[in-house]
Design a protein around this ligand. Structure first.
Ligand SMILES: C[S@@+](CC[C@H](N)C(=O)[O-])C[C@H]1O[C@@H](n2cnc3c(N)ncnc32)[C@H](O)[C@@H]1O
Length: 281
């Protein structure tokens, strides 16, 4: 009896493996199809249409043939990115969801630029040589792939720099806008934060420290401290750090995966963190 149960369990595991292996064989396709949707402007077209749109209308708006578009939409609907809804004439149509609105090029929820950045050959290359980074005990795989670190590469490639800045704006747009409304006299000043940080009433560090090892983080924080004048009793001085480490409370599987992979992202552009540091994994 026990032997039969063991055999059954073994067969069940084999069956799961036969199915699950396809997640890895075709894993790249999800990103490819989402990028395709952004490139074609599918979410923007449906939003402009203002109500559910038929395949035929969507294909003529986008200037593509219905058949390949149908396959793309079928995949995106299967993933719950778009949904099916009847048009006003009662025909089957495609409609937006909160997730598809994140694929729009514009709008306060747009995350399109961040997806385009992360799916660009420049940013994918380091991920495709993770094994080299593991074998090299943490040497930056970005540097291995491109011959220089992320920031030097970005400085030397204006197109990548523009894409990077647009991608950062996806997240920063809301936070920074809210702050600027509260604060007057905000000025844009360039420079190397390891040399000096311009004098300011406050320092707000958003998505920066995760890129650096402890030694550099201390340098950055010291420069920020130097930049903020001493509190003489009247003016308040503030140093705000947007912490990027997540706690252990990420309930969903999706966030857990993001968290596990983010740990790698931290070491892709720069040297590894101090041994033992983890993002609450
Ligand atoms: C992950 S981005 C975050 C950008 C922005 N804080 C945001 O949240 O959108 C890190 C930023 O650090 C900047 N950076 C990298 N090295 C720097 C340096 N030595 N001095 C000043 N800024 C630097 C990069 O140009 C990039 O804009």
């Amino acid at each position: 009896m026990e032997e039969t149960q063991r055999e059954f369990h073994h067969e069940e595991e084999e069956e799961h493996a036969d199915i699950n292996i396809w997640k890895y064989i075709m894993g790249f396709s999800e990103l490819a199809v989402v990028k395709c949707a952004i490139d074609l402007g599918i979410a923007d077209a449906i939003e402009s249409h203002g109500c559910p749109i038929t395949l035929s209308d969507l294909s003529s708006t986008l200037g593509c043939a219905p058949s390949p578009l149908y396959r793309i939409m079928r995949f995106l609907m299967h993933r719950g990115i778009f949904k099916e809804k009847l048009t006003t004439q009662g025909s089957p149509g495609y409609a937006q969801t909160p997730l598809s609105r994140r694929l729009m090029r514009q709008g306060e929820h747009s995350m399109a630029a961040l997806i385009l950045l992360e799916s660009s050959p420049v940013m994918l290359a380091p991920w495709l040589s993770l094994s080299a980074q593991v074998l090299a005990n943490g040497t930056s795989s970005f540097e291995k792939a491109h011959g220089k670190d992320l920031w030097s590469y970005t400085a030397a490639n204006p197109d990548h720099s523009q894409l990077f800045n647009e991608a950062m704006a996806c997240d920063a747009r809301l936070v920074v806008q809210a702050m600027i409304q509260e604060i007057s006299g905000v000025e844009n000043v360039g420079g190397d934060m390891f040399e000096s940080v311009p004098k300011a009433d406050a320092a707000f560090i958003l998505w920066v420290l995760h890129d650096w090892a402890d030694k550099e983080c201390i340098q950055i924080l010291k420069k920020c401290k130097e930049a903020i004048p001493e509190d003489k009793g009247k003016s308040k001085t503030t140093l705000t750090i947007h912490l990027c480490a997540w706690g252990n409370d990420a309930a969903s599987e999706v966030l857990t995966e993001v968290r596990l992979l983010y740990c790698w992202l931290k070491t892709i552009s720069k040297p590894p963190l101090r041994p033992g540091f983890s993002l609450g994994l």
